[in-house]
Design a protein around this ligand. Structure first.
Ligand SMILES: [Zn+2]
Length: 90
């Protein structure tokens, strides 16, 4: 399978997993998906052409600056979702 892929999706999910336990927000799937979507909306898409076996080969090119931007966007999104969860309080 080859094609193109927004590698930012993968990066955001990966970073979210790194910081998930430290985020002060609801930990349900709905809120998790909201945080991912909100975060992706704040970040530029980063498309890579993919080939079987090299899907995320360009991940190593993520700069410190990009990593920092992802973390900032994640924190911002978690705060937003916490303030306005899309479900009743639990
Ligand atoms: Zn929730």
């Amino acid at each position: 399978m080859s094609g193109y892929h927004n590698v930012m999706e993968f990066l955001v999910v990966q970073k979210l997993e790194d910081v998930w336990e430290t985020l002060d927000c609801c930990k349900c799937d709905k809120c998790r998906n909201d945080i991912i979507a909100l975060t992706l909306n704040q970040l530029p898409a980063k498309y890579v052409v993919t080939k079987e076996g090299e899907l995320y080969a360009r991940l190593a090119e993520l700069s410190n600056e990009e990593e920092r931007e992802i973390l900032i966007a994640l924190a911002k999104s978690a705060k937003l979702v916490k303030a306005h969860p899309k479900h009743e309080d639990i």
